[in-house]
Design a protein around this ligand. Structure first.
Ligand code: CO
Length: 434
């Protein structure tokens, strides 16, 4: 597969995944095709060495792994961590409301999106709903509206004369509701919405109990630039890292390496990871411990396995944008198409330290892939990742890395074609390492 095809696969994955719940379902389909077997948390787990498994918690966090044939105590867990969620807009519980002659959709801001980028886009929504079956059970179902249904039109410049000098500022309560329909009919907004869900989900309106919906951009991913060396789509942060991690896991040599290799992808990173399925929750510790128990490890042996383990915490990095030189640390600019970025921060906003960094550099050298080092400007607060949380909880040596991208948290982000293949190659080296 060439670099372009590899990124096309990523773009297709994102286009099929308009919400974190869809992202996990898309990855699940890929895992099933590769003979991974689902484990259920309420059931007892019997694992066979060399076999492939996955666990899903609450539809939007997933851990996939191969039970190694090599000793877990001596080789540890080799983990790639990333997140399935992206910042954006979520539909409010009482979704539709009338304002003048229009029906609008109320939205809540999820995480820290660049709100101005949501204007004048062909938006729609997707997510999951819970419904009651005829026998009284509660089930969930994914729902996606394919057509552009929603829009946030800009104010004309004639009414916002200073927009180019002062930037587009939007009040989160009053200026974000999305336009949905003309409201000529006498129908109640609540009924309009329930009927919409009912038709799309093929469920009776009275069966539908609750739901969570993400607003997404219906525009598909694309290549751009000379030689089409760059690509753009929504949710590159951090579905690009999920796709890279999964691609590395599914490599034949990795699957047959005998190592206990793991992809752990969590929801709720963009809002702090503090939830049942977030990276700061119990999902990863529970799963690692259950793998140890099912492999007949004694408690001390489990701790030894953790001490022997390594995690690549993979999340996107900030590529240099030459129009804004003042935003970057001048000696630590990183570029797209120049290889994975090692993220370093003395205040432990990133989990990288000397040894984990050195190990990552070695894997880059083995894979013949260039690498770069990033530090944030000292006078601007630095972002963080799941790395510091999971490493603190489990005591697993971790390095924070990721590919460089432009416009992080815009609804249309961009990155470099070469980097995707690069990071997959390094991930494979890591998974196959002794
Ligand atoms: Co991220």
């Amino acid at each position: 597969m060439n670099d372009q095809q590899c990124v096309q696969e990523l773009l297709d994955f994102i286009d099929a995944s308009p919400s974190p719940w869809h992202a996990v379902a898309t990855m699940e389909q890929t895992l099933i095709k590769h003979a991974f077997q689902r484990l259920i948390e309420t059931e007892s787990w019997g694992l066979s060495a060399g076999k492939r498994y996955y666990v899903i918690r609450d539809d939007s966090s997933i851990i996939a792994f191969v039970a190694g044939t090599k000793s877990l105590v001596n080789h540890g867990y080799k983990i790639i961590g990333a997140h399935t969620d992206s910042p954006g807009l979520r539909i409010k519980p009482h979704a539709l409301f009338k304002t003048g002659e229009l029906l609008c959709m109320g939205v809540e801001v999820y995480g820290g999106p660049i709100l101005a980028t949501f204007t004048d886009r062909d938006l729609s929504f997707a997510g999951r709903l819970s419904y009651q079956t005829t026998t009284g059970d509660i089930k969930t179902k994914l729902v996606r509206f394919e057509q552009a249904l929603l829009r946030l039109p800009n104010l004309a410049i004639h009414m916002n004369r200073t927009v180019n000098e002062e930037g587009l500022k939007l009040n989160k309560q009053s200026e974000l509701p999305l336009l949905f329909a003309s409201s000529a009919e006498e129908q109640l907004p609540e009924t309009v919405f329930t009927e919409l869900l009912s038709t799309q989900s093929e469920l009776a309106a009275e069966q539908i109990l609750s739901w969570e919906f993400n607003v997404y951009d219906t525009q598909k991913g694309a290549f751009w630039g000379a030689d089409q060396a760059f690509y753009s789509n929504s949710q590159l942060d951090n579905l690009a890292s999920c796709h890279a991690g999964l691609s590395a896991l599914l490599d034949k040599q990795v699957l047959n390496s005998g190592n206990t290799v793991i992809c752990a992808f969590f929801d709720h990173e963009e809002v702090g990871s503090e939830s049942t399925k977030g990276a700061n929750g119990s999902f990863l510790p529970d799963t690692l411990e259950r793998i140890a128990l099912a492999s007949d490890l004694k408690p001390e042996e489990y701790k030894r396995a953790l001490a022997q383990s390594f995690m690549l915490s993979v999340d996107m990095a900030h590529a240099y944008q030459p129009n804004f030189p003042a935003a970057y640390e001048p000696e630590h600019k990183v570029y797209v198409n120049k290889g994975p970025v090692i993220k370093l921060n003395a205040n432990q906003r990133y989990s990288s330290e000397t040894v984990s960094e050195a190990m990552f550099i070695r894997w880059c050298q083995q894979a013949n892939v260039p690498f770069q080092k990033y530090a944030h400007r000292t006078d601007i607060p630095c972002g963080s990742t799941i790395g510091p949380m999971t490493s603190a909880k489990l005591g697993i040596r971790t390095v924070d890395v990721g590919n460089a991208m432009w416009a992080m948290h815009s609804i249309r982000e961009s990155a470099g074609v070469l980097d995707h293949r690069y990071i997959i190659d390094v991930m494979q080296c890591f998974f196959k390492s002794e």
